[in-house]
Design a protein. Structure first.
Length: 256
């Protein structure tokens, strides 16, 4: 009788051991997911933007790189350039999912113009873009403009609002408009400036060093888990993202 009781005790102890051991093993297989780990796994948004185009050779090469990487960007186009090279605008529309936006007709400092001149600069360019996009690509022309040099004031905003346009600046300035800026400096400027979950990067489509750096820029942003979007996907209904930095009524951007 004593032997049977011992056997029962041993068997019971064995099953209890198995139960707690399996539970412990199961728990160890579940990693602890903290908020920081979860956040790192989420994709952030970045809008690559290209100003001053379209440019022969450069615009087409930029589009090719975007196409190879299956990403999109926003092109802030100058009306005069669009009139000269409409085929390059169609290249952007036909070979990428990128969007077109307004960079004025003649790239003048809008704060130095009369209201009627501001209106002409913006409306003329918007009309040209719409005429090229036509019905097929009408949704790819977005109601945003970027003032040359980042210069605007309350008058510029009022005229733009009358035309249904919203100003869009940037959160990262690469300094690529200067011919002295190297490819590595462009990359360093971007890498050291990434701080937001939504970034707008200012680039220039006629810059040789920008074209040279573009693939490395894309690789850098992919490594940082950024999803490539167009500027309207970041700004949505806001007037712009970078106006938060503007403290005075008149805001002056970089000097060109």
């Amino acid at each position: 009788m004593l032997t049977i009781r011992r056997i029962h005790i041993i068997m019971f102890s064995y099953f209890v051991f198995l139960f707690f051991y399996q539970e412990k093993t199961f728990e160890e297989k579940i990693p602890e997911i903290t908020y920081e780990v979860y956040k790192k796994q989420q994709y952030k948004k970045v809008a690559l933007t290209f100003d001053d185009g379209p440019h022969p050779y450069f615009t087409q090469k930029i589009v090719e790189i975007l196409q190879i990487n299956n990403i999109k960007a926003t092109f802030f186009l100058v009306g005069k350039q669009v009139e000269k090279y409409p085929e390059l605008v169609r290249c952007i529309l036909d070979h990428s999912d990128s969007k077109l936006a307004n960079h004025t007709y003649s790239h003048k400092n809008l704060t130095k113009l009369l209201n009627s001149e501001i209106k002409e600069e913006l409306k003329k360019t918007q009309d040209i873009l719409n005429s090229i996009a036509k019905i097929q690509y009408q949704d790819r022309v977005i109601p945003y403009f970027r003032p040359p040099g980042g210069n605007y004031n309350s008058r510029v905003l009022a005229v733009a609002e009358e035309l249904g346009l919203k100003v869009a600046l940037w959160s990262i300035f690469t300094n690529d408009h200067l011919s002295s800026t190297t490819k590595q400096e462009i990359l360093n400027n971007i890498a050291s400036s990434l701080s937001l979950d939504e970034e707008i990067i200012l680039l220039h489509s006629g810059s040789p060093q920008t074209l040279e750096a573009l693939q490395d820029i894309i690789n850098l942003l992919k490594e940082k888990n950024y999803e490539f979007v167009t500027i309207d996907e970041i700004l949505t209904n806001e007037t712009d993202i970078v106006n938060r930095l503007r403290q005075s009524e008149d805001w002056t951007g970089y000097i060109r």
